[in-house]
Ligand binder design. Structure first.
Ligand SMILES: [Zn+2]
Length: 217
């Protein structure tokens, strides 16, 4: 497997997660990887030849069980490295993604097993996303978007939908870390912004867009 092939499988896996049961279109893959549709088509044929996905020209693609297994292996490596960077090297959660994008391609099952053990077998990455097991098993918890909680409802911030650095930096600035207790005090009718109480002590107002990018448990 080349780095590019691994990135394709991972991107297709993530796109398929967004719309379960649907085939992933070439255009969505091209957009996710910021590349031209023509080069996407070439790569899809190659991955189909290797039996890692099924590809039909106008319908899109779906991963085969082997393709999915390899995609999840890359996701697993990515997320374990993110935990390592935050817990052991003092990176902030907005600084780890790009480094992990490179580290996820290191090919050493032994290294990953040792890293997993060293980290004491974490189940979540710093963004609250589940770390797939070595056999590809992954448990996606049933989280609700903060924006979907009703007035008076409580929850705990569990993961972020948007993992971009600007969003994570905004959460740091607002004092909204994962694990914080939140309660919806009011939904502002004018623009759907949310008045939220944090850890029973202070109140912040966040936009509806921020509420749609935070998951609660
Ligand atoms: Zn990441």
């Amino acid at each position: 497997m080349t780095i590019t092939e691994e990135n394709y499988l991972k991107a297709i896996y993530k796109l398929a997660e967004e719309e379960p049961g649907q085939d992933v279109s070439t255009n969505r893959i091209a957009a996710a990887l910021t590349t031209r549709a023509a080069s996407v088509t070439d790569m899809l044929r190659r991955l189909a030849d290797k039996q890692l996905l099924e590809y039909e020209k106008y319908r899109g693609v779906r991963l085969t069980p082997e393709g999915r297994r390899l995609a999840l292996l890359t996701v697993r490596k990515h997320r374990l490295w993110e935990v390592f960077l935050v817990q052991q090297l003092g990176f902030n959660w907005d600084e780890v993604h790009d480094v992990a994008e490179e580290l996820e391609h290191v090919q050493s099952p032994l290294l990953m097993r040792r890293l997993d053990e060293f980290l004491n077998f974490p189940t979540l990455d710093p963004h609250g996303d589940p770390i797939p097991a070595e056999n590809g098993a992954v448990r996606r918890p049933a989280h609700r978007l903060l924006a979907e909680l009703g007035v008076g409802e409580c929850g705990t911030l569990a993961s972020v939908k948007d993992t971009s650095a600007p969003f994570l930096q905004y959460l740091d600035k607002m004092g909204l870390p994962l694990g914080a207790r939140v309660r919806i005090l009011e939904k502002i009718a004018f623009d759907n912004s949310l008045e939220v109480q944090i850890n029973d002590e202070r109140t912040v107002v966040i936009s509806a867009e921020v509420g749609r990018n935070l998951f609660t448990a």
